[in-house]
Design a binder for this molecule. Structure first.
Ligand code: HEC
Length: 463
């Protein structure tokens, strides 16, 4: 039966064996438990008080060695899947077998109550303990990689084990010009999406994607990346296949790479897949630069990253007196929300002039239903830090809208129930960061909306 299942060498093992093999990591805990309990009982039974326990140790050794045998057999099945590093596997297998052999020996000695010379039994028990721990450790390395255990250990401990100091994590990129093409763009993708299956110890497809050189070394079918040649690069082919395809990576139903990640990898391969160097030194076009800025999260934070001064309290007072409600938006910075929508006062030129005195701080401005007219927007349009602007329910038209063309930080613009119309087509494209636009119940018709919709990333609320 077993010979049928095991086939001749070189052929893929039967699924049923791999199925049972995968129970191995669960079953191995049984011999560990039984054997360590046997050792414990052997030790305490030396004290007169616990001596009677000594009559039962051979049961524990029997359970231990029997479960060790089961674990060995299942482990052998699992090893047939061929996904493990050869050398570690060799030692894990044979030290595992020795656990079985030694514990069987202990069973025999206990059962027959043999007295061995030279502390023979204690030595054998010591060997069992050593073998259990050592093979368990190797097994851990096989599943998690040999760096797993000490990954977070203090450097002293790592050095004792012959490992280098912990890698200092790369500093977060804050400006595009400092981004390294491999270390900051490609390597993080591999680390988060591929390395769990393609590392030094667990090399699926005989491929290790942890470093540039191991990536270039390729896998079982040879090179996986030909610099400058997307069509011959197996790596690129596999991440762009339909998800249902057998060769698709990441495999086993893991979520596919995002569109940005695929574009980025494709671009890198086309740019000759350099191992290092600044991204911007490779002359990426504007679209690619935008993509990378977004990918590194540099697009949104630019404004919010800068520290602004505390607002002048006198200005805050006068705005409050004019009918504004001011709210701080962050604990560690002085950005403000200014809200006039609940005010019973009339919006005056004085109000917009005073707002300008807090030009740096105000990033949200709510002027809904505030009696705003086109003329007022001339000043409002100078509040260049505004990210969110609500102008709904005001008598404003295309003429006033043009004053807003410089608000390039604007991400959300609410023009609900205003009289704007085709003027949007001129102004909206200039608001390069705009993500949301509310234009229900305006004069804008669906032709206008259709044209606006061609701008990527812009969500339009329109009925
Ligand atoms: C869940 C595990 C898993 C993940 C995650 C994974 N792979 Fe794989 N990969 C495999 C297996 C298994 C094979 C071997 C079977 C095959 O060739 O399809 C393989 C093979 C490959 C090969 C072919 C190697 C050769 O020479 O035959 C490439 C290239 C590859 N993977 C790239 C990737 C990339 C890139 C990622 C990340 C986007 C990734 N893999 C993520 C499991 C995985």
């Amino acid at each position: 039966m077993l010979t049928i299942l095991l086939n001749s060498a070189g052929e893929a093992p039967a699924d049923i064996l791999i199925f049972f093999g995968r129970i191995h990591p669960l079953v191995v805990h049984l011999p560990i438990g039984f054997l360590l309990l046997a050792v414990l009982v052997e030790v305490v039974a030396k004290r007169p008080k616990f001596q009677p326990l000594g009559n039962f140790t051979h049961y524990l050794w029997a359970l231990g060695s029997l479960s060790a045998l089961v674990a060995v057999v299942l482990g052998y099945f699992l090893s047939l899947s061929g996904d493990y590093s050869e050398n570690t596997l060799f030692w894990h297998k044979w030290v595992g077998v020795s656990v079985f052999v030694f514990s069987l020996g202990c069973y025999y000695i206990s059962k027959k109550q043999l007295k061995l010379p030279f502390y023979g039994k204690s030595l054998l028990i010591g060997l069992v303990v050593f073998a259990v721990f050592y093979t368990g450790h190797l097994g851990g390395n096989l599943t998690h990689g040999s760096t797993y255990l000490l990954e977070y250990a203090p450097n002293v401990v790592r050095n004792l084990a012959g490992m280098p100091d912990k890698a200092v994590p790369r500093k977060k990129v804050t400006v595009l010009d400092s981004a390294d093409v491999y270390l900051d763009l490609i390597s993080p993708i591999m680390d988060s999406r591929c390395v769990s299956c393609h590392n030094k110890d667990k090399k699926k497809g005989d491929l290790d994607l942890t470093t540039f050189s191991s990536l270039m070394a390729g896998g079982e079918s040879g090179e996986i990346l030909i610099p400058g040649d997307l069509n011959s690069s197996d790596l690129y082919r596999r991440i762009t296949l339909p998800e249902s395809h057998d060769d698709f990576m990441p495999s086993e139903g893991k979520p596919p790479l995002s569109e940005e990640e695929v574009t980025l990898i494709g671009w890198w391969i086309s740019a000759q897949a350099p191992a290092e160097g600044y991204f911007t030194a490779l002359n990426p076009d504007q679209e690619m630069q935008d993509l990378v800025e977004k990918y590194l999260g540099l697009d949104k934070n630019k404004l919010l990253n800068q520290q602004v001064e505390a607002p002048n309290p006198n200005v805050v007072d006068s705005l409050t007196n004019l009918g504004f409600i001011l709210n701080p938006l962050m604990i560690d910075n002085h950005f403000l929300e200014a809200n006039f929508s609940l005010s019973e006062h009339e919006f005056t030129d004085k109000a917009s002039e005073t707002l300008l005195l807090l030009k740096d701080q105000i990033i949200w401005l709510n002027l809904s239903n505030s009696g705003i007219e086109d003329g007022h927007l001339q000043k409002i349009g100078q509040l260049e830090n505004i990210i969110k602007l609500n102008l709904s329910k005001n008598e404003i038209s295309d003429e006033g809208l043009t004053y807003l063309s410089n608000l390039t930080n604007l991400e959300s613009l609410n023009l609900y129930k205003t009289s704007i119309s085709v003027g949007l087509l001129e102004v909206i494209p200039k608001l390069t960061n705009l993500k949301r636009l509310y234009i229900s119940e305006t004069m804008a018709d669906s032709t206008v909306v259709n044209q606006l919709q061609q701008h990527k990333d812009l969500r339009i609320e329109f009925d």
